[in-house]
Design a protein around this ligand. Structure first.
Ligand code: FE2
Ligand code: FE2
Length: 275
C-alpha cells in the first residue's frame, strides 16, 4: 500500500467531483491488472478469479440471510416503537443485500444458481461464520451485534469499493449507506444501556456482557492473518486490504467508540477462534 492509498476501512472517494457526486471508475485501480478496464462478466476473469469471487459472494449472501433470521424475533419485541421500526428497516436492508449478492451469483449461470438455492435453504445454526450462528437472546445482543458485527461488514464492503469486478463495485455505495445506519443504531442501543440503563433497555452490565460475547466473533470475521486468499483477492483487484490490516484499523476504531460510550473492550486475544 502506498502512502496515497486510503487507510484500511476508510471510504474511498478519489473520484469525487465538485458537488459531491461520484463518477464511476472504469479502470482497475490496484493489483496485477492495474490500469486495465474493469471486468464486467466472469468470462473476462483471469484464471482462478472465478472461484474466488463465487466464494466471496456466497459468504456475503450467507451473512445477509443469516442476520435476517437473527433479527427476526426482535421485530415485535424491541423496547420502543422506534426500535421496532429500525429493526424492520434492518431486516429489509439485509434482505436487499442478500438479493444483491445473489444477483452477482446469477452472473455465474447454473453454478451460481445452485449456490443461491443452497443459501435460501439454510436455517439458523447452519451458516458459515460463527457470529451468524449465535442468537439474539437479549436486547443488548442486538446492540452489540449491530455495533460490532455489522461494522466488520462495512469494512468488508469498503474493501470491495471500486474493485475490479464492475457489477460488484457498483453495488457498494447503496449497501454501505444502509449499513451505516445499522452500526450507528447499535452504538446508540449500547449507549442508552450504559448511560441511562433501566430495566426497559437493559443494564450497563448487560451491555458489557454483550460486548464480551460479540467482539471476539467480530474480530474473527476478518479471517486468518497471512491468509493466502486475502493476498490473492488483492492481486485480483478485488479487495483492498489484507485481513490483518483491516482488523488492526477496526480495533483502533472500536476502541475509541466504546471508550466514548463509557464501556470496555475485552483484550484482542480474548476468546478468539481465528487468529
Ligand atoms: Fe447487510
Ligand atoms: Fe447490516
Amino acid at each position: 500500500m502506498t502512502t496515497s492509498e486510503p487507510a484500511p476501512g476508510t471510504p474511498v472517494a478519489r473520484n469525487l467531483k465538485e458537488g459531491g457526486t461520484v463518477e464511476p471508475v472504469r479502470e482497475i485501480l490496484w493489483g496485477t491488472a492495474q490500469g486495465v478496464r474493469k471486468y464486467e462478466t466472469p468470462a473476462e476473469f483471469p484464471p482462478d478469479m472465478r472461484k474466488l469471487v463465487v466464494k466471496l459472494m456466497v459468504v456475503q449472501a450467507d451473512t445477509e440471510f443469516a442476520s435476517i433470521q437473527q433479527h427476526r424475533p426482535w421485530l415485535d419485541r424491541a423496547p420502543t416503537l422506534e426500535d421496532r421500526w429500525i429493526e424492520a428497516r434492518i431486516v429489509a436492508d439485509e434482505s436487499r443485500h442478500g438479493l444483491q449478492a445473489c444477483r452477482i451469483l446469477r452472473e455465474f449461470g447454473e453454478e451460481g444458481q445452485e449456490h443461491i438455492d443452497e443459501l435460501l435453504a439454510k436455517r439458523e445454526g447452519e451458516h458459515k461464520l460463527d457470529a451468524f450462528n449465535m442468537t439474539f437472546d437479549r436486547w443488548s445482543d442486538v446492540g452489540a451485534f449491530t455495533c460490532f458485527v455489522d461494522r466488520v461488514g462495512v469494512y468488508q464492503l469498503r474493501a470491495f469499493q471500486e474493485c475490479s469486478f464492475g457489477p460488484l463495485a457498483r453495488a457498494m455505495p447503496l449497501m454501505l449507506s444502509e449499513e451505516q445506519l445499522h452500526l450507528n443504531f447499535g452504538a446508540s442501543v449500547l449507549r442508552r444501556m450504559a448511560q441511562d440503563g433501566s430495566k426497559y433497555y437493559g443494564s450497563r452490565e448487560e451491555a458489557q456482557d454483550a460486548i464480551r460475547k460479540w467482539y471476539p466473533r467480530a474480530l474473527d470475521m476478518f479471517g486468518h492473518s497471512n491468509s493466502e486468499t486475502s493476498r490473492r483477492a488483492i492481486e485480483f483487484g478485488l479487495k483492498r486490504w489484507t485481513n490483518e490490516e483491516a482488523r488492526a484499523r477496526y480495533i483502533e476504531e472500536t476502541r475509541a467508540i466504546v471508550a466514548n460510550i463509557g464501556l470496555e473492550l475485552p483484550p484482542e486475544n480474548f476468546d478468539r477462534h481465528i487468529l
